[in-house]
Design a protein around this ligand. Sequence first.
Ligand SMILES: [Ca+2]
Ligand SMILES: [Ca+2]
Ligand SMILES: [Ca+2]
Length: 275
Amino acid sequence: MRLADTDIDPVIHTSDRYLAEVYAIFQHDQDHLNSVGHQTLLIAGVPGGTWAFSQAGAGVVGPAITSWTGSRLSAAPPHIGPGSPDGRCLVAARATPNQDGTWHYEYAVYNHDMDRAARSFRLPLRPGATVTNLGFSAVQSDDGSAFTNDAWTGVAAAGAVEWSTGTAASGPANPLRWGTLYNFFFDSPTPPGSTRALIGMYMPASGQPDAVETVTTGPALCPADFDLRGTVTVQDLFDFLVAYFQADPRADLDGSGTVGMQDLFDYLIAFLTPC
Ligand SMILES: [Ca+2]
Ligand SMILES: [Ca+2]
Ligand SMILES: [Ca+2]
């Protein structure tokens, strides 16, 4: 791993917090999530000089991403089991208001135990939603591997914002490998709500899905977009009705605490109102 002086210069980063993570890997491990821990790391020094690193505070079981204060943490896929294409990534998201009334969105995407690695990160956008100031940040690997350190390319288009690196077939790329965390960010005038992130796999696997999903925070979608995929279709209506009849808390649209007739009316009005 290579760190730039400018990434840890205390003159620039006056209030930043650093975490060191240790990941023990062994065969037949039943629970990968308890095989990793993290601890506060203190960094002292000046650019061009020698840096001093020291541990502080108690160690915490779990990956460092779980200590991002104020973020919403979710796993992609949410559950490992039959049908899951590989291990899982963790996604942490945080939306904060900008001074000008727009919102700043930050994402940390961490590959916990996904051997196929990840090559894309995508969020749906409601019709007419705009995003600007797309950014990407990652530590530089210096392991002599065939992978690059190239930034993922961010593209905001109608219907989605997406970052990606090359494919396994396309030559040297910078996939998100085991135990690695990449950062994505942008601004948008659309306030936050629940949305569904899509993470694309780097290595193909015959008969397995090429992407995993998780519900996270992002620019709010249309109220009728019940499946959180960026478009309103009749499938959303079916999904809402299933949730409604099962008294699924997601169908409590008016936030009353129970699923009732008012929620059904609210959904039908939203479904029939163009967004
Ligand atoms: Ca374990
Ligand atoms: Ca939908
Ligand atoms: Ca209700």
